[in-house]
Design a protein around this ligand. Structure first.
Ligand SMILES: Cc1cc2nc3c(=O)[nH]c(=O)nc-3n(C[C@H](O)[C@H](O)[C@H](O)COP(=O)(O)OP(=O)(O)OC[C@H]3O[C@@H](n4cnc5c(N)ncnc54)[C@H](O)[C@@H]3O)c2cc1C
Length: 500
């Protein structure tokens, strides 16, 4: 059976950046598996500009941005396989994949990076009444038809949903000669970036109808028109507000769903808000040595942040392979509890000594992946019950038997989304393993104007940033530093809130 140190699932911007950073961190044996016929992921169909402003201080198109990373993959000699679909990943990181040339095959990895991106929500998930005529597409499918295949899906267009893909397609279809009559959005605010509302709708005079939805579809063979209606605060159509639009095309831009079937099947714990894996400061899931980044982790609006996050996942996966799976071949999980390694991590951290070093991490994860996998659940429970309960994991669950055991993780601080904040990534921080700086990314659940984004360490407010507006369509960020966290040795919870 083939063996690689790190297998990256998905060759989009997240997978590319993760593989590059793992390789640059000293791991030679890295393999990218991509089901499509080329690397680059969704960027290959995004021929508009607006990519790379943060990373390259340039406005690039999607393919140009992807190409910069693909070139580095080539220059670094990173292996990749195209037209290769990953079918299954076991908790022991046995990756089962399939392609035409090799058929079904297995690869044993020491670490796995999940970078499968996301897919669009389809009409089936929306319960729009009416027949199923031709002419209804997801916005991303229409984008691929127009930009990659060179086909126009229609001429008279209504778009449901104001996510970024819908906004960008409103402009694209207009530029290709179609008439986009309206973009209807169920919510009282747009799900897309402000810049896209201005550049893709306002600049072309396309109306954005907030608090509106499609309540009827006309046409049996081909779409003939749709009826839009206003909705009340509970999403119910308001009688008397119906408007019929004659059109041959309805594009749906009603949300993205992270592609986590593989992750769920292998036992990765999911956050129901993001539909992505729950991760710690290292972007590592509950399964030791399994990392996640990009849209599979949480839906991003800017690819620059995907690349940055994926770079961290690659570095952390490399550190895992070097310091845990290869070097730490002494003793099992059980041994490391017995010899007091767990205590040392926490003590050092409390002392404020340089507990944040990878060395302590290394100490605290003595025991190879193999040892931990084969060690019994009972062995790995040890005296960690209390710690495990604090971070919400169940002591003695099988995850303890896979990769790094929970009690070996050291003390973890919980990140808690509060008032107005829907989720945070990551959800747990072990100060002894974090980098000097950590980006905590989150989204708010509503539009808030003239507000503050505040960070609390337990009950103490430690930062407050004035914001003119925060909206669900724009990802937000709070930066935490290790130096700052070391000053709070007993800290249990960090909360991020939107305050008036
Ligand atoms: C229409 C649109 C417009 C956008 N516009 C902008 C913009 O203007 N500026 C900007 O910064 N960002 C933009 N973005 C966002 C940006 O493109 C995404 O954030 C980024 O592509 C996410 O990268 P990813 O690698 O996580 O996912 P993807 O790009 O989706 O890549 C995931 C890859 O994983 C592969 N994969 C999935 N499952 C498997 C499997 N089982 N086996 C093997 N391979 C698998 C897929 O084939 C795919 O290639 C836009 C996105 C879209 C969709």
């Amino acid at each position: 059976m083939e063996k690689y140190d790190i297998v990256v699932i998905g060759g989009g911007p997240a997978g590319l950046a993760a593989a590059i950073s793992a390789k640059r961190s000293g791991i030679d044996s890295v393999l990218i598996l991509e089901r499509d016929r080329e690397l680059g992921g969704i960027l290959n169909q995004c021929i508009h500009n607006g990519f790379g402003l943060h990373t390259f201080q340039e406005e690039l198109t999607g393919p140009e941005y992807a190409h910069r990373f693909i070139r580095q993959v080539m220059e670094l000699g990173i292996e990749y396989r195209l037209d290769t679909m990953v079918m299954d990943i076991s908790r022991e990181k046995l990756v089962m994949a399939m392609n035409r040339k090799d058929g079904l095959f297995d690869i044993q990895a020491k670490a796995v990076i999940l970078a499968m991106g996301c897919r669009e929500r389809a009409r089936g998930a929306l319960n729009i009444p009416g027949f199923r005529p031709a002419g209804i597409y997801s916005a991303g499918t229409a984008q691929k038809l127009v930009n990659v295949e060179g086909c126009m899906p229609g001429r008279e267009v209504v778009i449901l949903g104001s996510g970024d893909i819908g906004l960008i397609m409103a402009r694209r279809m207009t530029l290709e000669g179609a008439r986009v009559q309206a973009v209807a959005e169920l919510m009282p605010y747009s799900g897309g970036l402000k810049r896209n509302i201005v550049q893709c709708l306002e600049d072309y005079g396309i109306p954005l109808k907030l608090s509106h939805t499609v309540i009827d579809i006309r046409g049996r063979e081909r779409l003939e028109g749709v009826t839009l209606a206003e909705v009340d605060g509970r999403g119910r159509p308001v009688p008397g507000t119906e408007e019929f639009y004659s059109c041959d095309t309805l594009l749906l831009s009603v949300g993205l769903i992270p592609e986590n079937e593989l992750s769920g099947k292998m036992g990765v714990e999911m956050n129901p808000v993001t539909s992505g894996p729950r991760v710690n400061e290292s972007l590592e899931t509950n399964i030791g040595g399994v990392f996640a980044c990009g849209n599979v982790l949480h839906v991003h609006d800017l690819v620059d942040f995907v690349s940055e996050e994926a770079g961290a996942a690659g570095r952390n996966a490399a550190a895992y392979v070097k310091e845990y799976a290869e070097n730490s071949v002494t003793g099992s999980a059980k041994d490391s509890v017995k010899d007091g390694t767990k205590a040392s991590t926490r003590d050092n951290w409390k002392d404020g000594t340089k507990a944040g070093t990878r060395d302590n991490w290394k100490d605290s994860v003595a025991g190879s992946a193999e040892d931990s996998v084969t060690g019994s659940v009972e062995d790995s429970v040890g005296d960690s019950t209390k710690d495990n309960r604090r971070d919400g994991t169940k002591a003695g669950t099988s995850e303890n038997a896979t990769g790094r055991a929970d009690h070996q993780r050291g003390r973890e601080i919980r990140l808690q989304p509060a008032e107005g904040v829907r989720y945070t990534v990551p959800e747990r921080i072990n100060v002894s393993r974090m980098d000097e700086k950590l980006s905590v990314r989150f989204r708010v659940g509503n539009v808030y104007k003239n507000c503050y984004v505040s960070t609390y360490f337990d009950r103490e407010r430690v930062s407050r940033r004035k914001r003119q507006v925060v909206a669900p369509g724009e990802m937000e960020e709070v930066i935490l530093t290790r130096e700052q966290l070391l000053q709070y040795p007993d800290l249990e919870t960090i909360s991020i809130k939107v305050e008036a």
